[in-house]
Design a protein around this ligand. Structure first.
Ligand SMILES: C[S@@+](CC[C@H](N)C(=O)[O-])C[C@H]1O[C@@H](n2cnc3c(N)ncnc32)[C@H](O)[C@@H]1O
Length: 218
């Protein structure tokens, strides 16, 4: 399968190394830089919660890190079985201490998951690390119950570059449709001291599985 992304995502080894070193002060650093991505993803989920709440299945946070998205969901009163999955055991160690997930699991999101069905798969700040989108989204769609949601953040400049291809990959699964999202774009890290890092905006995209037809393969 040809890679969809034009830019080069960080390798799995690079991400593991980065987060092993950063885990203990990641939450504090991101807070001090005005990081609102998990809050925006949680807001998008909250806006669809009336149709999501009644569905059966877990909620799965892909690349949960130290648990910022779980915190944002809880502060909006979103409750249910929440599973966190992340590549970095150091980030998961920090995450477990907060006790926000029913279960956290060390796992590369790009490999098949040993999980059951999900009414929600969500992800904040993980876009830049994922190399194999079609495989990942195919896997996501397989786990979603009919009516289940996929909600993820992207850097808007990356999205401008990749939107059409990712859109096509999701539509090609034959069971996913994009749903309008009410969330306005916001600056990525507005308080970061390096202007090269704080430029750009965060965008949230929402998709829904509309059918229980099998996911179409390539
Ligand atoms: C910027 S952090 C975001 C963490 C959290 N979602 C948040 O918003 O604070 C990116 C996270 O993605 C995880 N990650 C990167 N590549 C991954 C992969 N292939 N599978 C699972 N997790 C991955 C990293 O370990 C890291 O915890």
């Amino acid at each position: 399968m040809a890679r969809l992304m034009k830019r080069c995502p960080m390798t799995k080894e690079g991400a593991q190394q980065l987060y092993a070193q950063w885990a203990s002060c990641y939450t504090q650093d991101l807070q001090s830089w005005g990081y609102r991505t998990p809050a925006l993803v949680a807001e998008a989920i909250a806006s669809h919660w009336p149709s999501m709440a009644a569905l059966k299945g877990d909620m799965l946070d892909l690349g949960c890190g130290t648990g910022a998205l779980a915190h944002a969901l809880a502060s909006r009163g979103i409750q249910g079985s929440l599973v966190g999955l992340d590549l970095s055991s150091e980030m998961l160690r920090e995450c477990r201490q907060k006790g926000l997930y029913d279960c956290v699991q060390a796992q590369d999101a790009q490999l098949p998951w040993p999980l059951g069905s999900a009414k929600l798969v969500c992800s904040a700040g993980v876009w830049g690390y994922i190399e194999h989108f079609p495989e990942l989204y195919g896997n996501v769609a397989k786990h979603l119950v009919p009516g289940g949601f996929l909600v993820f953040s992207v850097k808007s400049e990356d999205w401008q570059q990749d939107a059409r291809q990712v859109h096509s990959a999701l539509l090609a699964l034959g069971c996913m449709e994009e749903v309008p999202c009410i969330i306005q774009q916001e600056p990525y890290l507005p308080d970061h001291p390096d202007p090269a890092i704080h430029t750009g905006c965060i965008d949230v995209r929402t998709w829904r599985r509309f059918s229980d037809q099998p996911v179409m393969s390539e």
